[in-house]
Design a protein around this ligand. Structure first.
Ligand SMILES: [Zn+2]
Length: 480
């Protein structure tokens, strides 16, 4: 959190944490000037307690607002005498300067600065941020905080208003008119649950959620759509819990036909996740569903040079990659570990999500072909047991593979090694392909709800409760 508690306009339970005098000051100000109506419910009745970090292009803000807003200097506790209009807000030596469009300085404050609607309902007011990365028009309030040499823009609004924008950014709104309304409702509950969870989780400093894929994509009021509005409204307040606690409701585009456990992608396990086949998201459509929405399998070809550069970019310097193998996989088929052998003689082992990210692939559910890239491969398959290295001196630094399925077991280094398998020493055919081909299914991590799967389930007549109980087994839907 940047700044002190005073800059934290509302705490995470929705209570106004500015002291009572701040609200009284505001009311007195309004009464004295007799310019704006006084609403006795100003300090109560709304729940604008969600803080969303807005991604900005550049180091300043271009902000415009109407008469329904006023600017408030949080440190001095004073309202700025600035009328509705368009302003450029700049960071200048740890202060915030507000200029008009002619470049004239109209105010300078220590910050934070708060753009605050003066009337209820709070969330119905909107302002414009002209240099926001994703959106333009935003509901609720805006806190502007000096941060380093730039400014942090935090949209403060209630969670239900936030979801109106998140839903169409995360799932196609038109699905609601195409048999997918229950999927949209399931998505609304998952997104609401995710927001609740992360409001408490402190993923970010100064705000609860960012507006990018890292949290949930949020594009402001302009992204809203009647279909997704309906899904938010009809599931109002509903979240998923397990053992009475809000779950971390991960979701993704497509699981490729098999859901996944979170520990098989990251580290942490969760009791409300399972790894089971999902015929409603299997690109082969095993149930023969009419009008099945298929997430197409993907195929990526990488040359040795591109792969080597990609790894180096991520800090893995093993020289030119000469060989890559899948060491092990999970029951779902998702890759657990890969091994890459570089020209430098170094071998790099990468696991789960780290491997997928390093290779730049769509999902962890993939196979590799053309993996030998030339003359580096030797296979050993002899009677199990310890063997002396000198018996296999030509194999130093090479791979030991199982003669039956070519699954790699280890790399030969040192004075002794173990040989797996029960056949004679031999080798598997060399290839000389210039490129590696990665073929896979699904998009995303495969944990929790699949959006393609939810859509196909909705079209097949499943309710949003049924959809969620498949993707988060054991979780309950409750109103918070
Ligand atoms: Zn984030």
């Amino acid at each position: 959190m940047v700044g002190t508690k005073r800059s934290n306009w509302c705490d995470r339970k929705g209570r106004n944490v500015y002291s009572v005098w701040m609200v009284l000051l505001f009311l007195m100000f309004v009464c004295l000037l007799q310019l704006l109506p006084v609403h006795s419910s100003f300090s109560a009745g709304y729940n604008a307690d969600l803080r969303v970090g807005i991604s900005i292009i550049g180091d300043h803000l271009e902000l415009s607002f109407g008469d329904e807003y006023c600017l408030f200097d949080v440190v001095s506790g004073e309202f700025l005498p600035l009328n509705a209009g368009r302003y450029k807000i700049l960071p200048v030596k740890s202060r915030i300067e507000i200029c008009d469009l002619r470049g004239e300085n109209r105010a300078s404050v220590e910050g934070p600065l708060f753009l605050q609607p003066v009337e209820l309902p709070f969330a119905d007011s909107s302002f414009q941020l002209h240099n926001a990365l994703y959106g333009l028009e935003y509901r609720g309030a805006l806190e502007i905080i000096p941060e380093g040499k730039g400014l942090l823009a935090v949209n403060v609004l209630d969670l239900e208003s936030y979801l109106l924008s998140v839903l169409p950014a995360e799932m196609p709104a038109f699905w609601g008119n195409d048999g997918g309304m229950e999927a949209l409702k399931a998505q609304a509950i998952a997104a609401r649950t995710f927001a609740h969870f992360n409001r408490e989780a402190r993923r970010h400093s100064g705000y609860h959620l960012c507006d990018q894929e890292h949290c949930q994509v949020y594009k402001g009021k302009g992204a809203e759509n009647p279909c997704t509005d309906r899904a938010v409204r009809e599931t109002s307040g509903k979240v998923l819990t397990y053992g009475g606690r809000i779950i971390e409701a991960f979701y993704h585009a497509s699981n490729g036909g098999f859901t996944e456990l979170s520990q098989n992608v990251w580290q942490k396990s969760s009791p409300y996740l399972a790894s089971v086949p999902d015929p409603y998201d299997d690109p082969d459509n095993p149930l023969g569903l009419p009008g099945f929405m298929r997430c197409s399998p993907w195929k990526v070809t990488l040359s040795r040079q591109i792969l080597s550069a990609r790894l180096a970019e991520k800090g893995y310097n093993i020289g030119e990659v000469e060989r890559i193998d899948i060491v092990s996989s999970f029951a779902s088929g998702r890759v657990e570990e890969i091994a890459l052998q570089g020209k430098s003689g170094k071998t790099l082992f990468l696991t789960k999500e780290d491997a997928r990210v390093a290779l730049g692939l769509e999902s962890q559910l993939y196979s590799i072909s053309g993996s030998t890239w030339g003359a580096q491969l030797c296979a050993v398959s002899a009677k199990s047991g310890a063997e002396k290295k000198e018996n296999f001196s030509d194999l130093e630094g090479k791979w030991v593979v199982n003669g039956h399925n070519n699954q790699m077991k280890s790399v030969l280094h040192g004075s002794k090694f173990f040989v797996h398998g029960d056949k004679e020493k031999g080798s598997i055919p060399r290839t000389s392909s210039a490129s590696l081909v990665f073929e896979g299914r699904g998009r995303g991590h495969g944990i929790g709800m699949s959006q393609y799967g939810a859509y196909n389930r909705s079209r097949a007549g499943h309710t949003c409760r049924e959809i969620l109980s498949f993707y988060y087994p054991g979780a309950e839907i409750v109103v918070r």
